[in-house]
Design a protein around this ligand. Structure first.
Ligand code: SF4
Length: 382
């Protein structure tokens, strides 16, 4: 039966965590900029636009796969219960394209994500054609999202972005990272704070929902304060729908690793990053949802709607800061080993014992080696 399931289409390497259940359609290959020092995802890969026909062919193939999975569900006796059938089939499918379609069906078949790093770089007319074709081919899709760069969004007119929204583009995910020009320059981000504001504001004005990603710790010890304040100012000007934070995590595939080795970039500890996050939130004057939806963030509970949840979010950080140094270390290790997810978990005696055992096993005895070990643990997540 599985022998006949040979179709496949092209998939890119990443999508945001919030798009884990989306149908993935690769509309460009790799990153049109590809120079950011903190990013390894597309390094060594050449940027390429794909033709509209090539993308449409992938969409048609995804449709064939969907129909075959539905047929399998019917023949396996699951009938109308597609969710159950997709779950049953997921671990037993021939390739990533099949698994993506099955997962997407399992989640209800409503969202699609257009890969790779900067979809807006396509000609507006061509992207409109792709989006319309995707919706015609999959009438169940009501939400289409993608990544974009601020610089490219700044070059699109609001009228073009409105055209994309009317075609069906619902949300753009933009890596703002920092609103402080010296940090952006050091990281070779290829945009300025002004570009971020123009690009982000264009998207907001068009009515496309906007998620801006910020990297906590991107200023390092040298520029953390300026990074926090300037990023808050830029975000406040844009007023995106979502602000999503990530914590700076450096691996050996990133050019930034050399700057750490040479001492040009000094990483912050979790305590220093908590102080930075607090300063940024204090300075935010916008009406965005603040979201911490990545395992690499220490304080996942720092989430809420601004401005009404601001005090509640700041209180989480203050609570962490008020812990004793031993409790903070215990929480940091527990969080990065996946034992804790929130500060309240410190009150769970069995989890706490487990963390203590882990600390003993890996030799974390309070001699100041915790931060180095945490940096290498976090590398697993990027
Ligand atoms: S623009 Fe985005 S994908 Fe491209 S190099 Fe920078 S961080 Fe990576």
């Amino acid at each position: 039966m599985m022998g006949a399931l040979t179709e496949r289409y092209e998939l890119g390497p990443i999508r945001p965590p919030s798009e884990a259940n989306s149908l993935l359609i690769r509309v460009t290959r790799n990153c049109s900029w590809n120079r950011c020092r903190f990013c390894h995802v597309y390094k060594g890969e050449k940027f390429q636009l794909r033709s509209v026909e090539e993308i449409k062919q992938d969409i048609r193939t995804a449709r064939v796969i969907q129909d075959k999975i539905k047929e399998l569900a019917r023949k396996s006796g699951y009938g109308g219960n597609l969710r159950e059938a997709a779950a049953m089939l997921c671990g037993n499918l021939p390739n990533d394209a099949y698994r993506n379609v099955a997962l997407w069906l399992y989640a209800g078949g409503k969202s699609a994500f257009l890969q790779d790093a900067n979809t807006l770089i396509m000609k507006t007319g061509e992207l409109v054609e792709v989006i319309k074709f995707l919706k015609e081919t999959f009438p169940s899709i009501s939400r289409i999202t993608s990544y974009a760069r601020s610089k490219t969004a700044a070059k699109k007119s609001v009228a073009e972005l409105v055209e994309l929204r009317e075609a069906g583009l619902s949300r753009l995910h933009i890596g703002l990272e920092s609103g402080y020009d010296p940090v952006l320059q050091f990281m070779d981000k290829g945009v300025t704070a002004a570009d971020h504001i123009t690009g982000g504001s264009n998207v907001v004005e068009s009515g496309i929902s906007l998620s801006e990603y910020v990297i906590l710790g991107m200023g390092g010890r040298g520029m953390w304060r300026e990074h926090a304040i300037a990023t808050a100012r830029v975000l406040s000007e844009i007023n995106p729908d979502f602000i999503r934070v990530r914590t700076m995590t450096i691996n050996q595939r990133m050019p930034l690793h050399n700057d750490v080795e040479s001492g040009k970039f000094i990483r912050q500890t979790d305590e220093e990053i908590a102080a930075e996050e607090k300063l940024m939130i204090e300075n935010l004057e916008c009406h965005s949802y603040f979201v911490s939806d990545h395992i690499i963030n220490l304080l996942s509970e720092v989430e809420g709607k601004l401005p009404e949840d601001k005090e509640k979010m700041l209180a989480v950080i203050s609570r962490f800061q008020a812990l004793s140094p031993e409790e903070r270390d215990n929480f940091k290790v527990g969080r990065r080993f996946g034992i804790y997810s929130r500060l309240d978990d410190l009150n769970d005696a069995s989890r706490r014992d487990e963390v203590n055992r882990v600390m003993e096993r890996v030799g974390l005895n309070g001699d100041g080696n915790i931060d180095e070990m945490l940096y290498s643990l976090m590398e697993r997540y990027v």
